[in-house]
Design a protein around this ligand. Structure first.
Ligand SMILES: [Zn+2]
Ligand SMILES: [Zn+2]
Length: 342
């Protein structure tokens, strides 16, 4: 089968002909119909975030059709529409049994620690496979499994309650989902902070109040817009020390800043005035959980979470096209979401 693979760190992905994956008794072979190209993939290609071994087929946002099932599988049959939870876990350790499988010591992320979905087929354990409702197109089924799932997990970790004020730093793929979910969960007001006018425009169309961080300090703008109070929940989805600091500084008394964006750099806060005195909290968010996926798919199916506002573009399973998209993501380009359609 055809696969788009990372062969050397810092180099463009290459098209290779690889063997069809062999499935075990508890595995499902899926014919890939859609694979999202994610900002993380640009990080893997650049070596910012290390992958297990090379060559590696990237792609952790996958939806498709069941092609073949292992001998022990009863819940799926060939022809089923499905999407894939990107973490492959042991299913037996204390973390897996507690439903916090993102800490499973044996966890492998598809497209990072094992071959992913930039290919014609992918094999994954049954535990990572979810039925995709007919109402949800494959492209949406793919991207919902990463950015939207993580946005949902972040709002859960931040204990968002109805009537609260929310600021979302970064109005890209994660942000567009986060602001719709925050509104659905009853946020009184959602502010979208970005420097890209196109992203701010889309956020505004989806009901958020745009805050342009390119024109003036977003912390001051948020204070002004909330009559000096600040926001109850700030989600940091960018992964820059500056926006992390801004997220914390924009908090109201008892506010929670949930940090989702990745960086190895440090950021500074003033403990007394910015944290202790307000009993504010900084919360780390890592991935999302399999138990959250059915709710997420239901929100997409019932159009509480809409992913079709011209925010998805498709490209073929072609090295040049995909490398160009990854170049754009590495430079924080305009593309909200691009999906490979093999
Ligand atoms: Zn992703
Ligand atoms: Zn485990």
């Amino acid at each position: 089968m055809k696969a788009l693979r990372l062969v050397a760190i810092g180099s463009p992905l290459e098209e290779q002909e690889v063997a069809l994956p062999i499935i075990g008794a508890h595995d499902v072979l899926i014919r890939v119909k859609a694979a999202g190209i994610c900002h993380s993939d640009a990080h893997y290609r650049a070596g910012v975030s290390p992958v297990s071994s090379l060559p590696l087929t990237l792609g952790h946002e996958v939806a498709g059709v069941v092609e073949q099932v292992g001998s022990e599988i009863e819940d799926f049959t060939p022809g089923d529409r499905v999407c894939v939870h990107y973490l492959v876990t042991c299913g037996q350790c204390a973390f897996c049994l507690a439903g916090t499988e993102q800490f499973c010591p044996a966890a492998q992320m598809i497209g990072k620690h094992r071959d992913g979905g930039y290919a014609e087929f992918i094999a994954v354990p049954e535990r990572s496979v979810f039925l995709l409702p007919d109402e949800i197109p494959f492209e949406q089924g793919a991207i919902v499994m990463c950015s939207s799932a993580t946005s949902l997990h972040a709002l859960t970790k931040a204990w968002l309650r109805p009537g609260e004020m929310v600021a979302i730093f970064g109005a890209g793929g994660l942000g567009i989902s986060a602001l719709q979910l925050a509104r659905h969960f009853g946020a009184a007001q959602v502010y979208a902070v970005d420097i890209n006018p196109r992203k701010l425009e889309l956020a505004e169309r989806l009901g958020a109040i745009p805050v342009n961080a390119a024109t003036s300090n977003p912390v001051e703008q948020l204070r002004e817009m909330t009559n000096g109070r600040g926001v109850d929940v700030a989600l940091e989805l960018v992964g820059l020390p500056l926006t992390m600091q801004q997220a914390v500084r924009s908090l109201a008394i008892l506010g929670r800043a949930a940090l989702v964006g990745l960086t190895r750099e440090h950021f500074e806060i003033a403990p007394y005035s910015e944290l202790l005195n307000k009993e504010a909290e900084i919360i780390g968010v890592s991935d999302h959980l399999a138990i959250e996926i059915p709710l997420l798919l239901d929100l997409v199916r019932t159009r509480k979470l809409v992913l079709s506002h011209g925010i998805i573009r498709t490209v073929p399973l072609d090295a040049d096209a995909i490398n160009r998209v990854l170049d754009g993501l590495a430079n924080f380009g305009d593309d909200v979401r691009v999906v490979i359609s093999p």
